[in-house]
Every structure is written in C-alpha cells, then in structure tokens.
Design a protein around this ligand. Structure first.
Ligand SMILES: [Ca+2]
Ligand SMILES: [Ca+2]
Length: 236
C-alpha cells in the first residue's frame, strides 16, 4: 500500500515536472542570417537578435534556401525594375527602394535642384534635363536659389583647356577640337574657346591665341564683354 502511494506521488510529480518544462519549452526552427547562411535549432527571438529572418517553427536548413531579399530598384534613367536585390540594384547604378518594395507603388524621380536661366534668374525644383532644355545651367542636385548666385560671369574666353593661363596650350587644344575631334573647350563649349570673341570657336581662335602668345597681339575679351556680344548663358 505504501509503495503504491509513493509510486503515485512520484508519477504525479513527474507529470507536473514534464508538463511544466513543456509549457516553457520554446519552438525552434531555421534562421537565415544576414550573410545568407542558415542556422538550425534557434528560436525566433534569437534569430532576430542576430539580424536574421526566422523561417518558422520546425523549419530546418535542409529544406530552407536563404536568399537575399528583393525589392524595387530605381535605375539611373529613372525607370523602375522589380525583384532585384540591393546589391544587384547598386551594381547597375540604381537606388534600392527597400525589401518588399515594388514598382507599382514606387516613383523613380529625377533629383532636382536650382537652375540659372539665360536671363540670370534662378528657378528652384527643376531637373537637370529640364534646366538644360530651357538653356539654363543646372546648379546640382539639392541646390536651391536661396544659396545660388546666378549672375557670376565665370567664363574666360580663350582659356579653352580650363587651366590657370591663356597661352599656346589653348591654341593646341582648339586645333585638336576643330580638326581632330578633340574635347570641347571647358567649361563652356563656345565661350571658353572663343579667344577672338566672335561667338564661335574655330581655327581663327587658335590663330588669335598664337598671335597673342608670340607676337604681342591683343588679349581675348573678358567674360562680361563676351556675354554682351554673344548673350548665351555662360553665367552660373
Ligand atoms: Ca589655358
Ligand atoms: Ca572665335
């Protein structure tokens, strides 16, 4: 009789004990870590602590594939591409829109900034392309008219290669541009190469510069004069 009581007590204690541990036992599963490796037998909370994505109770790495999350990508031409990873988006020069994003709800917009128009007024919130289509000079992404000055005449006619001096190097640069398909004068394709201030850049400017550099000929005009003669936007 005594042994039956003891057995019953031990059995009850056992049921209570294992019942209690069952109640506190936490479910585990597979976890996809940020480096896309898989870890087994981990709780949801521990997975999240490691920055991972929990694959569900009872899941395991044998049947789980850890893939980089995808989303929408704004490409450099402002078109949108779906189902692409952050890394693939960036490798194409795009801007990733976040995990799970998609092009149906994403707007890929060109950045805007300030634009100095040909009449030297300033326009805000305009894209580079729109600014150029109005003959303006774009001031950079995020710029705004409050901090931009549009009446700075910053062309040096004749300094075709955009270095510190006006000299024979500019004549060589202009000859290369005019006859050999070399790069345009910098930073203003016409004004910067226009040493004789006739509103175009050609071999006559190279001749003018050689005359100036070696024969004491007249210097090119200044920016203000060029602007008053030729009028095209050369002011920032
Ligand atoms: Ca120069
Ligand atoms: Ca010229």
């Amino acid at each position: 009789m005594k042994s039956i009581y003891l057995f019953t007590i031990v059995s009850l204690a056992g049921i209570l004990f294992f019942g209690a541990t069952d109640a506190f036992a936490q479910e585990t599963g597979a976890c996809c870590l940020p480096n896309l490796t898989c870890m087994d037998n981990i709780t949801d909370a521990d997975c999240q602590l490691q920055g991972g994505i929990y694959q569900g109770d009872g899941s395991n790495c044998a049947t789980v594939t850890c893939e980089a999350p995808t989303g929408a990508c704004c490409l450099p031409d402002f078109t949108c591409m779906d189902n692409i990873t952050d890394a693939d988006c960036q490798s194409q020069g795009g801007i990733y829109q976040g995990d799970g994003s998609n092009c149906a709800t994403v707007t890929c917009e060109a950045p805007t900034g300030a634009c100095c128009l040909p009449n030297l007024t300033c326009m805000d919130n305009i894209t580079d392309a729109d600014c150029q289509s109005q003959g303006g000079i774009y001031q950079g992404n995020g710029s705004n008219c409050a901090t931009v000055t549009c009446d700075v005449c910053d062309c040096i006619p004749g300094n075709a290669n955009n270095d510190a001096d006006i000299n024979v190097g500019d004549a060589v640069y202009i000859i290369s541009y005019a006859f050999k398909g070399g790069p345009s004068p910098e930073p203003y394709a016409t004004c910067s190469g226009d040493a004789n201030c006739d509103c175009q850049t050609n071999v006559g400017d190279a001749v003018y510069l050689i005359n100036y550099a070696f024969k004491g000929g007249p210097a090119p005009c200044d920016c203000e004069t060029w602007s008053s003669l030729c009028g095209t936007p050369l002011r920032k």
